[in-house]
Design a protein around this ligand. Structure first.
Ligand code: SF4
Length: 198
């Protein structure tokens, strides 16, 4: 498969940040435009450890876990998009004869919309770098040891592309986005003291 390398990764936004953007665009602004505010929580560090353990196990998992009979697996695959100016690293990519499939390991059993947008965005980047059909992806749910398919519908692809474009605009303009419409999210937000209008 083609490995995606770029010279100046600092000039690109990161696919993984689409989760924060989806939760609240302003959280993305704080973390992307005000360096030093972001910090790792105990929860995120525990998630990273589970992720690393899963990565070791994934080498031994057969493609039957994804309902596939053929294909070749690659792990921690860097991808980028010149079109969206975005970089990412996909946990596992399965290259089949007629399609490429991104796999995202998740240390959860609840697949929120933000995770679906993230996996769809990986699909967009993979399609651009591999020049191969990418029509679906899989989550691998670590707690349940099972894969769950996500079809990249036209609507999901449009939403992921729109999110990446808007994230890019926020960074370029350093523009503070409006607060989330779901203000119950503000109650436990670590950036609440920066938002005087919620
Ligand atoms: S307090 Fe609310 S509006 Fe402000 S960053 Fe947090 S979630 Fe967004």
């Amino acid at each position: 498969m083609t490995i995606s390398l770029i010279e100046n990764p600092q000039d690109f936004i990161r696919v993984t940040d689409i989760k924060e953007y989806t939760f609240c665009p302003r959280i993305y602004y704080y973390e992307a435009c005000l360096p030093g505010l972001h910090h790792h929580t105990v929860k995120t560090l525990a998630g990273q450890e589970a992720h690393e353990r899963e990565r070791a196990l994934a080498n031994r998992r057969t493609l039957a876990a994804f309902g596939l009979t053929e294909g070749e697996s690659y792990f921690d695959v860097p991808v980028h998009s010149e079109a969206y100016q975005v970089i990412g690293e996909i946990d596992q990519v399965i290259i089949c004869l007629d399609e490429a499939i991104p796999v995202d390991f998740k240390n959860t059993t609840r697949l929120g919309y933000q995770f679906k947008l993230q996996l769809t965005a990986y699909g967009l980047l993979l399609a651009e770098s591999q020049r191969q059909t990418v029509r679906r992806g899989f989550f691998y749910l670590i707690p349940e040891h099972r894969a769950e398919e996500l079809i990249f519908t036209a609507k999901l692809q449009r939403s992921a592309a729109k999110a990446l474009e808007t994230m890019r605009e926020i960074v370029i303009a350093e523009r503070v986005p409006p607060p989330t419409r779901y203000q119950d999210r503000c109650l436990t937000c670590k950036y609440r003291r920066f938002c005087n209008d919620v």
